[in-house]
Design a binder for this molecule. Structure first.
Ligand code: ADP
Ligand code: MG
Length: 561
C-alpha cells in the first residue's frame, strides 16, 4: 500500500518567487501592511459593535533611522498564538477572508475588509530582511513572531500593552537599484500613504519634525523658529467622493481636481454620481476647462483612477473611458471589483465594461443637458473638445453615431453661428429634401463660394465644415432625421421651383450651340458644361461630380502614403 505524502516546498524559494512575481513595485508593502491594520481594526470594531467609538483607533508609523527599522502599530483585534501561526505561518491563508465569510450579509456591508488572498503580509519581505510581529488579543497573552523570510519563523511569549499588532521591519541594506532607507524618510512615507492609503478610514499617525514659530516671538518683527515634534494624521480618511454631494462645496471639488489631476485651472464641469446594481460604484469625473497638456501627443494617457474600497489600485485605467471621452479626468471607486492577487490589476474585464458604459452614458447625458440648458458653456466646451465627439461618430465603424449626433455643432450660414443638426432640420424649408453642407478652410472662405451665395439668396441654410474630419463625419452619419447630407458643391442640387425649371430648360435649348462649343473647346478639362442656377453673383463655377469632393480629395492627397 502506498501512503500519500505531503508536498514539501522550499519555502524561501517559493516566497521569493511569489513576492517577486506578483508585485511590480516594492513600495506597495506599506499599502498591504496598512490595509491589514485597517482590517484588524474593522474586526475589533465589528466584534465590539455598540461599545466602542471609531475615534479610539489608530494606525501608527514609527520610522527609526538609527535602528533602520520601520514599525507599524495598530490597536485592532490582534492575533493569539494559534492565529499568528496560522495566518503568518501559512502562505495564502487569509484570516480576513475567513472572517468575512462567517459574517452575515448585512454586516458585510458595514465593514470594509480589504484582505482576501493571504499574501499581502509577505510583501514586507521585499524591503525587510527581518520581520518581527508582536500581537495581542484581548484577554490573552501577547506573542512575538519573527522571521527572516528564509529559514522559517520563531515564536515566543512577549509583552504588549493592550490589544493590537506591532510589526517591526528591519530594512534591507541599500543597493544601487533600491534605496531601502527611503522608507524611513518622513516625506516618502507621507507620499506613500497619500498615494495608496489616503482613504483608509482610521487615522494613520506619525510623529513628524516640523519647524514652528516660537510662541514668545510670534508677534515680534523677527519671529524665531524651533523644531518641534508634531503628531500628524497622514491620511484624509473620508474620500471626497464618499461624502454627501450636498455637503461638498464647489471649492472643495475644484481643489481636489487641481491636487489630483495636475491642472492649475478649475475644471469646467464636475460630475459626481453613484450607481447601485450588478457592479456598484461611485465616480467623480471632471471635464477640464481646457485641452490638457500633451493631449494630442502619442504618449498621452487617457483613463480614470481606480480605487477598490477606498484603496488606490491604479492610475489611467483606460478601459473605463471610450476614446471619444478621453479628455475626461477623474476616478472610480468600487466594492465589487475582483482584483488579481497583487491587487494591481483586475480579474474581470466585464466589470470594467459595465462601469465604462455607465460612465459614457452619464457624461453624454450631462453634455446634452449642458447643450440644452447652458448653450454658451457648451460652446466653450465644444471649442476645446468637440473634435473628440466627432471622432465618436465615426469611431467603432459608426456603430455609436446615434449617441453623438445630437451633440455636434457646425457653423451655419444662418447668422454664422454654431448650430445643431436638430436646429437645422427644424427650420428647413418645406420643400427642402437634403441637409446642405460645404467644406473649406475657414468660414470666411466658404462664405464667398458662389454656390453658398446662391443657397443663401434662395434662403437655404448651409453648414460650413472647416475641420478635416467633418466630411468623414457626414459620410458616416449619411442622414439625420431622414434627411440626407448633401455636399452642395457636388452634383445636382434641386433648388428650383417648377417655374424656374421650365425657364432653365428653355434657356438651355436657346443656348445649345454655345454650350456645345464651350465643351468642345475645353475638351479634356471638364466632363460636362451646364447651365446652372447655382450661381448668383459669379459667371461660372467648377463643380465636382458625384464621388469624392474637392475637399476630400485634398484630405486624401495630404495623407501620408
Ligand atoms: P490578507 O490580508 O489578504 O488576508 P495577508 O497576507 O495580508 O492576507 O494577511 C494574512 C492574515 O494575517 C490576514 O488575513 C489576517 O488574518 C492576519 N493579519 C495580518 N496582519 C494583521 C494585523 N495587523 N492584525 C491582525 N491580523 C493580521
Ligand atoms: Mg492583507
Amino acid at each position: 500500500m502506498t501512503r500519500k505524502k505531503q508536498f514539501k516546498a522550499e519555502s524561501k524559494r517559493l516566497l521569493d518567487l511569489m513576492i517577486n512575481s506578483i508585485y511590480t513595485h516594492k513600495e506597495i508593502f506599506l499599502r498591504e501592511l496598512i490595509s491589514n491594520a485597517s482590517d484588524a481594526i474593522d474586526k475589533y470594531y465589528y466584534e465590539h459593535a455598540g461599545h466602542v467609538s471609531p475615534d479610539q483607533f489608530e494606525i501608527r508609523l514609527e520610522p527609526n533611522k538609527e535602528a533602520r527599522t520601520l514599525t507599524i502599530i495598530d490597536n485592532g483585534i490582534g492575533m493569539n498564538k494559534e492565529e499568528l501561526e496560522e495566518n503568518l505561518g501559512t502562505i495564502a491563508k487569509s484570516g480576513s477572508l475567513a472572517f468575512k465569510e462567517q459574517m452575515d450579509d448585512e454586516s458585510k456591508n458595514d465593514v470594509d475588509i480589504i484582505g482576501q488572498f493571504g499574501v499581502g503580509f509577505y510583501s514586507a519581505f521585499m524591503v525587510a530582511k527581518d520581520l518581527v510581529v508582536i500581537s495581542k488579543k484581548e484577554e490573552e497573552p501577547a506573542w512575538r513572531w519573527e522571521s527572516d523570510g528564509e529559514s522559517g519563523y520563531t515564536m515566543e511569549e512577549a509583552q504588549r500593552d493592550g490589544h493590537g499588532t506591532t510589526i517591526i521591519l528591519s530594512l534591507k541594506e541599500d543597493t544601487e537599484e533600491e534605496k531601502y532607507s527611503q522608507y524611513l524618510e518622513t516625506y516618502e512615507l507621507k507620499e506613500l500613504v497619500r498615494k495608496y492609503s489616503d482613504y483608509i478610514r482610521y487615522p494613520i499617525h506619525m510623529n513628524v519634525e516640523t519647524s514652528k514659530v516660537k510662541e514668545e516671538t510670534k508677534d515680534s518683527d523677527k519671529p524665531e523658529y524651533e523644531t518641534v515634534i508634531e503628531d500628524q494624521t497622514l491620511n484624509s480618511m473620508v474620500p471626497l467622493w464618499k461624502r454627501q454631494k450636498s455637503k461638498i462645496t464647489e471649492e472643495e471639488y475644484n481643489q481636489f481636481y487641481k491636487d489630483h489631476f495636475f491642472d492649475f485651472q478649475d475644471p469646467q464641469r464636475v460630475i459626481h454620481f453613484s450607481v447601485e446594481g450588478n457592479v456598484s460604484f461611485t465616480a467623480l469625473l471632471y471635464i477640464p476647462s481646457h485641452v490638457p497638456q500633451g493631449f494630442y501627443q502619442q504618449d498621452y494617457k487617457k483613463g480614470l483612477q481606480l480605487y477598490c474600497r477606498g484603496v488606490f489600485i491604479m492610475d489611467h485605467a483606460e478601459e473605463l473611458l471610450p476614446d471619444s471621452l478621453r479628455f475626461v479626468k477623474g476616478l472610480v471607486d468600487s466594492q465589487d471589483l475582483s482584483l488579481n492577487i497583487s491587487r494591481e490589476m483586475l480579474q474581470h474585464d466585464h466589470q470594467l465594461k459595465a462601469i465604462a458604459s455607465r460612465i459614457e452614458k452619464k457624461v453624454l447625458s450631462e453634455l446634452t443637458t449642458m447643450l440644452t440648458k447652458e448653450r454658451e458653456e457648451y460652446e466653450k466646451f465644444w471649442k476645446e473638445f468637440g473634435i473628440n465627439l466627432k471622432f465618436g461618430v465615426y469611431n467603432n465603424y459608426g456603430m455609436d453615431k446615434e449617441k453623438f449626433q445630437d451633440l455636434l455643432l457646425f457653423y451655419s450660414s444662418k447668422e454664422q453661428k454654431l448650430v445643431t443638426l436638430n436646429e437645422y432640420v427644424n427650420r428647413m424649408k418645406e420643400d427642402q429634401k437634403d441637409i446642405y453642407y460645404v467644406s473649406g478652410k475657414d468660414v470666411a472662405l466658404i462664405d464667398k463660394l458662389p454656390i453658398v451665395q446662391t443657397l443663401k439668396k434662395k434662403e437655404f441654410e448651409v453648414l460650413y465644415l472647416t475641420d478635416e474630419v467633418d466630411e468623414f463625419v457626414m459620410n458616416t452619419l449619411m442622414n439625420y432625421r431622414e434627411k440626407t447630407f448633401k455636399n452642395a458643391t457636388q452634383g445636382d442640387l434641386d433648388l428650383n421651383t417648377e417655374e424656374e425649371k421650365k425657364e432653365l430648360e428653355k434657356t438651355k435649348e436657346d443656348n445649345k450651340d454655345l454650350l456645345e462649343f464651350m465643351k468642345e473647346s475645353l475638351k479634356d478639362k471638364v466632363s460636362e458644361v451646364k447651365l446652372s442656377n447655382r450661381l448668383s453673383e459669379d459667371p461660372v463655377c467648377l463643380t465636382a461630380g458625384e464621388g469624392l469632393s474637392f475637399e476630400m480629395e485634398k484630405v486624401f492627397a495630404n495623407m501620408p502614403g
